[in-house]
Design a protein around this ligand. Structure first.
Ligand code: PMP
Length: 363
């Protein structure tokens, strides 16, 4: 039986990447060692690091005036790093769309003054995000922070932050943990993008930061060195021993994406995959999705059934058919199918057919 893993993170990685890593695990490039066992300062590893950055730059067309940093502490590490590096005497504007935005706010409040804006409302009985033109940013804001994809609720913002009315000097920060590399974006519309790796990039614990160089000077030497953007940039992400295996694997995932035809091609597949699931939900009497069509996540498709007993049965039967990790986040319940880049269309087709059968069997 083919297993399809719908976990929200750590999520499935492309099978081709896993097989390559397996083949190279104990004897990497005929060194007689694993890539995990060689010095991060060796010329072999420096090449792994440089190639991975070059592949990411190519995928996202990252302009020269932006740096790419590998950091540790995943997405939450950045909840602290952003305020610690970017705070000033002014309050930062945090736009809240759900659970992860809320966590980012609580963390930031420990280090700086925060103005929180709730930007979801009900439209035609569904949850929608207000258009960016209606977001209000203080003239003297330290920065704007938002989360383009709320992994738990399954709410995605497709609008470009260019549409946020704000004084130009106010930087835009986006937590792209669960949407990075899934669709085309223009890096120039952002000042800082960060992402925990465990969805569309590689092993958990690693975080990627894409930062406009102008912002680096804001980092003060009084903050923890490992969270310091300027220091990390100066030390090429190797102030301490970096997570070498995670970087190696991330590089392989980036190259896999390039082989797929880059972000434009993967985006087309992601649109098809999400559409299949939302259509199945909309055409059924059993499944219900509460997000407005303009903000339905392409990466995390959430839905509910009539009651928790039925939900439990759905999850158990799906597991038996090889469809794993469909249980919604414990804070919201229901079902969540995470369909990141590595999920093949066949996995979505298998889930769709399971959903239809489950309903037909008179659930
Ligand atoms: N932001 C978002 C949008 C996430 O989905 C997650 C993790 N699911 C995080 C932040 C936190 O990431 P981590 O667990 O790597 O700290």
């Amino acid at each position: 039986m083919t297993i399809y893993n719908f976990c929200a993170g750590p999520a499935m990685l492309p099978i081709e990447v896993m097989q390559q890593a397996q083949a190279e695990l104990v004897n990497w490039q005929n060194t007689g060692s694993s890539v995990m066992e060689i010095s991060h300062r060796s010329k072999e590893f420096i090449k792994v690091y440089e190639d991975s950055i070059a592949a990411l730059r190519a995928l996202l067309s990252i302009p020269d005036n932006y740096s790419v940093l590998y950091m540790q502490g995943g997405g939450r590490g950045q909840f602290s790093a952003v305020p610690l590096n970017l705070r000033n005497e002014n309050s930062a504007d945090y736009f809240n769309t759900g659970s992860w935005s809320t966590s980012a706010v609580s963390e930031a409040k420990q280090f700086t003054s925060v103005t929180e804006h709730t930007i979801t409302n009900q439209l035609d009985g569904k949850t929608a995000v207000m258009p960016m033109a209606d977001w209000s940013v203080a003239a003297e804001s330290a920065y704007v922070h938002y989360c383009p994809n709320e992994t738990i609720e399954g709410i995605e913002i497709f609008e470009t932050p260019k549409n946020i009315a704000r004084p130009l000097q106010v930087p835009i920060i986006a937590d792209m943990s669960s949407t990075i590399l899934s669709r085309q974006i223009d890096i120039k519309d952002y000042d800082l993008i960060y992402a925990g790796a465990q969805k569309n990039i590689g092993p958990s614990g690693l975080a990627i930061v894409i930062i406009k160089n102008d912002l680096l000077a804001r980092s003060k030497s009084t903050i923890p060195s490992l969270l310091n953007y300027q220091l990390t940039q100066q030390k090429q992400s190797m102030f301490n021993t970096p997570p070498t295996f995670a970087i190696y694997l991330a590089g392989k995932v980036f190259n896999w994406l390039l082989d797929q035809g880059g972000i434009a091609e993967i985006e087309k597949k992601n649109i098809v995959k999400a559409k299949k699931l939302y259509e199945t939900i909309d055409n059924s009497d059993l499944y219900h999705n509460s997000i407005h069509p303009t903000n339905r996540s392409r990466m995390n498709v959430t839905f509910t059934l009539r009651n928790s007993e039925l939900t439990e049965r759905f999850v158990q039967q799906a597991e038996l058919e090889g469809l794993k990790a469909l249980k919604g986040h414990r804070s919201v319940g229901g079902i969540r199918a995470s369909i990141y880049n590595a999920m093949p269309i066949e996995g979505v087709d298998a889930l769709v057919s399971f959903m239809k059968n489950f309903e037909r069997q008179g659930a």
